[in-house]
Design a protein around this ligand. Structure first.
Ligand code: ADP
Length: 616
């Protein structure tokens, strides 16, 4: 029992068949007109051959017609000679019919009398000469040239007709041959053209010329056996047709045989083009490193993720194009084409930029194809999340430990403690609870800002008053730690925004300035007008912020000292909240700082329009 072919084999066979069928249909459309062309060419060639073969027949006919003219001239001469003969003239003068009969010759007639003789009824041409006595006609000499076998035989000799070819006379559709045989023609012979005629049991090709025009008109016909003329013409037609059709058949067979190959090539090209399009539209970066370590392919997504164009990297060893590749490539998981590997997130330093790529490779015979996506922001988020956990747990642990310690002490030995110590412990509990509450507030507020659910007022308020209030409050919080100064221009316009949130921003910036500066150092708060905005700035003399970090300090949970090595606690949420609040009031915030030269945090808010005098 034969095994059934698997379905994909069946579909391949069907595809091949349909490809062949397409080729067959295409060939029919191409070959048919070509075959028509070959047919027409063969016909033309055959006509050429035929007219070539007919040319000697035409020449013979021409010679025979000229010969016939000469015979007519001879007849005229004969008539004139007879008319000048003394004996003939005497016989006419004497009206001697007997003498005339004796003098008569074949085709010559002596007609007595003064009347012109009647024309021959068979249409044979005559040459006549009148015999005059004085001015009176006494008779006529008539020489006839009859259209008979004898004349044909003479003309054939003149025309030098080869064997098998014949001359004939046609009169009223009756063909007379030199043998004397007569055949009836079914139609009139065409003028200036050859035609086929049947005579004496044979088929001939006939060409003809008119000898007499008046009825009954007579034509001289030159005949050649049809086989002599048509044979070569038919041979030519057959040869051309065979050669043409053989070429066509060879082309068709070749195309049919090559169809699968051509189809496969076209399919392969189409597939390559499709793959190139897919590759260029893929969101994932793809690059191919050949077995000698050279980058051969670099798609559009790879260009946009890395900022390096295909022209720059193609043809270069991977380690030259991507300097960090040497150290990280070993960490990139690779697998065989029919396996799957989990991408690995690896860092890649490119032109001073740190990129995190989630990347995996597939090895094939001639190299490895790597697919990657940009995981930089994910990685940063992950890092921030880890930092958040570390920060928040640290931030919680410190006050919680203090609270726990104070509460335990009070519970276990409260009564035995001196009142001052009890007071101190209670104050610590209050302070640490406040710190915990503010941390929770910050986390909640950041969540609201992220969700866009925080309501921010847009009311005019006095910038100077807010600054002054924020500085006063901060002075109380940090009485021993810093010298706080505030300055505001005299004619500050009112600001449009949320007074409470502006106070919160300023408080945060002032707290940071105090927190990150050495004890007792000076902090300046300044408010001034800047075109259509009011600018608030908080300047400290602290450690400053390195330029590379200045943008990042506004990110959520970002801290320069995440592990609190310098003993200054914080959640990394303060500046993030400031930036979100400022932008929700249509302002902007930034920092200018140089390490060891302090930092200036500045934010601007739009003015409300109507001015109020500054009261500092
Ligand atoms: P934190 O709660 O940690 O203070 P912030 O968002 O307010 O969080 O600040 C983010 C980080 O920016 C801080 O951890 C600190 O490293 C840095 N920073 C903020 N203000 C200053 C400043 N005035 N001087 C130096 N560093 C600062």
């Amino acid at each position: 029992m034969g095994a059934l072919a698997p379905p994909f084999v069946g579909s391949r066979v069907a595809a091949r068949l349909s490809r062949r069928l397409t080729v067959v249909v295409a060939l029919v459309f191409v070959v048919l007109p070509l075959a028509g062309g070959v047919w027409a060419f063969a016909g033309w060639e055959a006509t050429q051959t035929r007219s070539h073969a007919e040319a000697p027949l035409q020449d013979a006919l021409q010679r025979a017609t000229s010969g016939y003219q000469r015979i007519l001239d001879d007849a005229g001469r004969q008539a004139r000679a007879l008319a000048s003969s003394r004996r003939v003239q005497r016989a006419f003068e004497r009206h001697d019919r007997r003498a005339l009969d004796r003098l008569a010759q074949p085709n010559v007639r002596f007609v007595l009398g003064r009347h012109a003789p009647a024309a021959a009824s068979d249409g044979a041409p005559t040459r006549t000469v009148r015999i005059l006595l004085g001015k009176r006609r006494i008779g006529t000499v008539v020489v006839r040239v009859p259209f008979d076998g004898e004349l044909l035989a003479r003309l054939e000799r003149t025309a030098r007709l080869p064997k098998e070819r014949r001359l004939g006379f046609v009169q009223a559709r009756s063909l007379l041959l030199p043998s004397g045989s007569r055949s009836a023609l079914p139609v009139d012979l065409p003028v200036n053209e050859s035609s086929e005629v049947d005579a004496a049991g044979r088929r001939y090709i006939a060409v003809s010329a008119a000898l007499t025009r008046e009825a009954p008109a007579v034509r001289l016909v030159a005949l050649a056996p049809a086989s002599e003329i048509l044979g070569p013409a038919n041979d030519t037609r057959r040869r051309v047709l065979l050669a043409g059709l053989a070429v066509l058949a060879a082309v068709a067979l070749g195309a049919y045989a090559l169809a699968p190959l051509l189809g496969r090539n076209r399919l392969a090209r189409a597939e390559r083009e499709r793959a190139a399009v897919v590759l260029s539209h893929m969101g994932e970066g793809v690059f191919l490193v050949d077995s000698s370590g050279v980058i051969r392919l670099w798609n559009a997504a790879a260009e946009s993720i890395t900022g390096m164009t295909a022209e720059e990297v193609r043809g270069l060893p991977a380690e030259t194009a991507l300097p960090a590749w040497a150290s990280v490539s070993a960490r990139v998981p690779t697998c065989k084409p029919d396996e799957r590997s989990r991408p690995e997130t690896i860092p890649l330093e490119l032109r001073g930029r740190e990129l995190w790529l989630s990347i995996a490779g597939v090895e094939f015979g001639d190299g490895t194809v790597y697919a990657f996506r940009d995981a930089t922001s994910e990685h940063r988020l992950e890092a921030i999340r880890a930092e958040f956990v570390a920060t928040v747990s640290h931030e919680l642990r410190t006050p919680l430990a203090a609270l726990q310690g104070a509460a335990l002490t009070l519970t276990e030995r409260g009564r035995a403690l001196p009142p001052a110590t009890r007071e101190k412990l209670l104050a610590m509990i209050a302070g640490q609870s406040k710190r915990l509450a503010s941390l929770v507030d910050d986390i909640l507020l950041a969540g609201q800002l992220d969700a866009g659910s925080l309501r921010v007022e847009r009311e005019p308020f006095s910038a100077a008053a807010v600054a002054r209030a924020a500085v006063d409050e901060a002075r109380q919080r940090a009485a021993t730690k810093a010298m706080l100064r505030v300055s505001a221009a005299d004619d500050l316009p009112r600001v449009l925004g949320d007074e409470g949130r502006t106070h919160q921003i300023l408080a945060n910036l002032i707290d940071n300035a105090v927190k990150y500066s050495p004890a007792g150092s000076r902090v300046d708060v300044e408010v001034q007008r800047e075109e259509a905005r009011v600018r608030f700035s908080v300047r400290d003399r602290g450690p400053g912020i390195p330029p590379a970090e200045q943008e990042h300090v506004f990110e959520k949970f970002y801290r320069l000292d995440p592990h609190h090595h310098y003993g200054v606690g914080g959640s990394g949420l303060g500046l993030y909240i400031c930036r979100q609040l400022v932008s929700s009031m249509h302002g902007r915030i930034w920092v200018e700082s140089a390490p060891q030269h302090g930092s200036t945090f500045t934010f601007e808010l739009p003015i409300a329009g109507d001015r109020i005098p500054a009261a500092v």
